[in-house]
Design a binder for this molecule. Sequence first.
Ligand code: TNX
Length: 503
Amino acid sequence: MLALVLLGCTDPDPQKGAGKAEIPGLVPLPALVEPGRGAYTLDADTTIGAEGDALSSAELLAEGLRASTGLALPVEADGDVTLVVDPDAGLLPEGYTLDVDEGGVRIVGADAAGVFYGTQTLRQLLSPWALADAPVEGTWTVPAVYVEDAPRFPWRGYMLDVARHFFTVEEVERQIDRMALHKLNRLHLHLTDDQGWRIEIKSWPNLALIGGSSEVGGGPGGYYTQEELAGLVAYAAERHVLLVPEIDFPGHAHAALASYPELNESGVAPELYTGTAVISTPLWLEGEITWEFVADVWAEVLAVAPSVYVHIGGDEAIDVDGETYAAFVQHLQAVVAPRTAIGWDEVGPAGLAPPFVAQHWYDADNARAAVAGGGTLIASPAEHAYLDMVHDNRAEFGQTWAGPVNVEAAYVWDPAPSGVDEADVLGVEGALWTEYVDDEERLELMTWPRLAALAEVGWTPDEARLWRTFGERLGWHGARLEVLGVGYYRSPEIAWTSAADVD
Ligand code: TNX
């Protein structure tokens, strides 16, 4: 059934038809969108119905819509907007159906995540102003439609490098909210690097106190207490986002070495590093203390972040010979077991035991080696998925080594590198490295709208994706980002709709 209707989605104008409701541009595009006739309008009497596993999505939906519409929208067992989890509805994992007619809205999810994604589609079917965080005048009409939807990939991620520049809990929470609207479900926090250590480790307190005391450019840096990180884990989980912590070893360890003299072969701690160039100081792998240190760090991180997947780093271990590197990343895999280890693509040929995941960023040979060794892939090829690359040649800052990466480059690509089956690809992740991203304004400018393009690569069936129609939908989506207060890059490729021009 799904496959049949998908064909309909390649029609350049699937959403138009005589007498049919006009459907606003949805991002990411659902697998199937069939416009109906008429509409349902939220009003003072509208109730939201949900029980059990659907309840938390109902509360979040109601909370958001109350803020913008000023309507009461009580959550009750039965409602005009009904949310139901039904594992027997024949839906794929994270999938949902959404049915709107003049009598109301019904969302059925395969699981709690499916219901949540149904509510995200519902938010996009309303006026962009429904996303406002304070009451606005508006018509809260939902066009009649039938949506049947499920993601292409289970991994739809965003990596934020909080090590080169630190971002506060509130700043990270705002990005989680935005991820959720785009049906993204993995927040990968790059917690350590040469320029900073951002997570409190109680058995090695100087990591945060010294290693967390600065950042690129010499600013004050910062770190998350374990309690704060646990709070972020919970905040993300409520929005069906899994927080995946990365502790990057054995390279990129300068901040750790600067925090403890005894972690250095010389017995002397180097100065903190605040430059933008990648230096990738490696751990002292011959030192017994290093192995104790690594075990202590991971024991505490694993206790705070319950994710099935954790990221062991493994990139750019310049100056570490291949054999030593392989033995060490294999050791890291054992340290984090039974969690599934993810490493940057250099772990591909390093003999990790399946199951493991390689995050492909640079070298497709490494990615192929990972798959040959029984691993799966997260696709983050720099020329499509690196959000620190300049958008275009007008950019005033950003990396250029794999760029520019414009919206089209972020949208038009295949997550499976040549020679790899899609079945071996877990999904897609946009990565924001922050050497040149020192505040939230720049963070948003680099992340959006490209992360919206990547979200669609990760969610929408490939047969239903078309660059031209995506551009049109994204133009409309710009009004949503604007209402949310996202300072996104006005890519010249897109005809942006201004929120002021829509009801
Ligand atoms: C490469 S990608 C790195 C990062 C830099 C980035 C800058 C990867 C695994 N390593 O350390 O921040 O390039 O674009």
